[in-house]
Design a protein around this ligand. Structure first.
Ligand code: GLN
Length: 315
């Protein structure tokens, strides 16, 4: 067993949950009503080890909108399909040091990395470009479901419609990249932005997101079904970018204090990957000024302190 005393681990998750539950700082994302109106008190922590032990506490069966957590999975799909040389002709690998939707490109006129909006819009353009849009959507959704051991992956249509209606910045980023000729030829920008909003509007539960994170921790093989979904190399590249860029403009601070790859989304999810050990999902909708879940960060810090999982804890 990878975590021999799993009941002790479960107990410390429960302890951390009770402590962090008292934290009431931050606010739900407010740019669309579908996120603003989610119950701010929802809170869950779920974990799944690479050998399939699971624990969860709180609202772990509640579906939440994945938002930017989709960026990590979309990147893996694009890399599986094209390899890194092609993918990184269209998107960089550097943290941007700015907010997730800042309207700028890197010095090569490309998005800085796949974990921010510009980069994820670019990645959407790279995923199965020859298929019809509905097939591209289904293709990605199938990946999500396989990563989550066949779980139901939902879609928030109202969220999607609102995203589309309030997306001036994302349209701006798309047009900047069009103008810079950063997209592959024949890219239909309206379709791609639509696709990007759809991928942000997928919904999963914390329990399922922990399994997805565990599939990454397990080198691309879902621990519950033993199905290989991504190559090890693909996951390696994704985790490297999650480590340096996964928490927006808190990524450097996160790498310093928590020290493992993670990805956040404005729906309130933070998922963490402890390579070869486990995946963890924390969900709580109240965000800090950068768009990261406040409790997500608090709980991660406590957990990592207790379990010395920081990359450089064992020097
Ligand atoms: N849908 C959001 C956007 O495109 C996703 C942002 C996020 O989760 N940080 O702005």
């Amino acid at each position: 067993l990878i975590v021999p005393d799993f009941s002790e681990f479960t107990e410390s998750i429960e302890k951390i949950y009770e402590i962090v539950k008292e934290v009431k700082d931050g606010e739900n994302a407010s740019y669309i009503p579908q996120l603003a109106e989610v119950d701010s008190n929802l809170f869950s922590i779920a974990a799944c080890t690479v050998d399939g032990q699971q624990c969860d506490i709180g609202d772990s069966d509640t579906y939440f909108c994945v938002q930017s957590c989709s960026k990590a999975i979309s990147y893996c799909i694009a890399v599986e399909e094209h390899g890194i040389d092609y993918v990184h002709k269209h998107v960089g690998k550097e943290p941007s040091g700015a907010s997730f939707n800042k309207n700028f490109l890197n010095p090569d006129n490309l998005p800085h990395n796949p974990m921010i909006n510009s980069g994820a819009i670019m990645i959407a353009a790279l995923i199965s470009p020859d298929l019809e849009m509905y097939k591209r959507y289904e293709y990605v959704k199938r990946y999500w479901s396989s990563l989550a051991a066949g779980a139901r992956v939902g879609f928030q249509n109202a969220t999607y419609l609102s995203e589309k209606d309030t997306a001036s910045r994302n349209f701006c980023l798309g047009h900047m990249m069009m103008d810079a000729k950063a997209f592959p030829e024949d890219t239909d920008l309206d379709n791609i932005l639509d696709f990007y909003f759809q991928l942000c509007s997928l919904e999963v539960t914390s329990k399922d997101m922990a399994i997805i994170a565990a599939s990454l921790a397990n080198g691309g093989v879902c621990p519950m079904t033993n199905q290989r979904i991504f190559k090890e190399d693909t996951v390696n590249h994704c985790l490297s970018l999650m480590h340096s860029c996964g928490m927006y403009d808190y990524s450097g601070e996160w790498a310093y204090s928590v020290g493992i790859p993670a990805k956040s989304g404005v729906g309130g999810c933070v998922f963490l990957v402890v390579p070869k050990v486990m995946g963890i999902c924390i969900f709580s909708p109240r965000l800090d000024s950068r768009g990261n879940s406040v409790r997500g960060i608090e709980a991660s810090k406590l957990l990592l302190k207790e379990y010395t999982m920081h990359r450089y804890d064992n020097l």
